[in-house]
Design a protein around this ligand. Sequence first.
Ligand code: G
Ligand code: G
Ligand code: MN
Ligand code: NA
Length: 251
Amino acid sequence: LEMEQSLRRALAAGELTMYFQPQVNGCGEILAAEALMRWRHPEQGFISPEVFIAIAEESDLIVELETWMLDGCCALLGRLPAAALPKLSVNISVRHFVQSDIVATVAAALEAHGVEPGRLTVELTESILIDSLEEAVERMQALKRLGVRLALDDFGTGFSSLMYLKRLPLDELKIDRSFVGELDSDPNDAAIVETVLVMVQHLGLAVVAEGVENTAQLAFLEARGCRHFQGFLFHRPMAEADFRRLLAADD
Ligand code: G
Ligand code: G
Ligand code: MN
Ligand code: NA
């Protein structure tokens, strides 16, 4: 509760910021980015979202935080032409997705900044399915009707069932970095990634490999048809000013 109160204060005091991690093709050209929340605490420095998102999810605070992120992402998309930044992804937590009118929130953010919906990707995790598959599918379909893209984040780490891939109206699948990290040393990870890449091609889904840190991992992925990468080999998450400088230098 103490942490929750200091988070509320942080939001009001402007201590929360958005970072951006570019997603690139094999040549390093920026195709998209993922927006990531950061808390710059005046005394404690940066606090990881792994710590504070879990706390925010214990109450409706998560709805406030991610509504603020959604608006900030649409504001940025509205200021940047699609040629400079085609797409931007935002993470939406389970609680926010199931317990609030996420469809209305997304529609309002797009509308407020005049953003073409197909430039926004909403990243969801498999845990949205914990409560009710039917309800999750309905909400996802409503988001699809708005025209936004839907990505399944952290693929393979949760309650994955191949049935979900068939039932969910997804555009994109993100291969979790826990599989990519040991591609070169763990034959099981290599087999899993290889299989997932074949599967997404058959299902007609876009795929992003997360956590690409070295050229051996990149070569493995490229050789198996993956064309879209997010990882420290290319870029770390960065502040908006740095991200905009990078985009300007990229053209
Ligand atoms: O950026 P970093 O690697 O520190 O992020 C740690 C975790 O926090 C990641 O799993 C990331 O998806 C998550 N995260 C970052 N920003 C948000 C957000 O706005 N909403 C949710 N639900 N998760 C976020
Ligand atoms: O769970 P999610 O996919 O949203 O997590 C995204 C987070 O993964 C980012 O916040 C980023 O800090 C982290 N990340 C991105 N690329 C790499 C990488 O190459 N190596 C490691 N260790 N973490 C990464
Ligand atoms: Mn993500
Ligand atoms: Na992930």
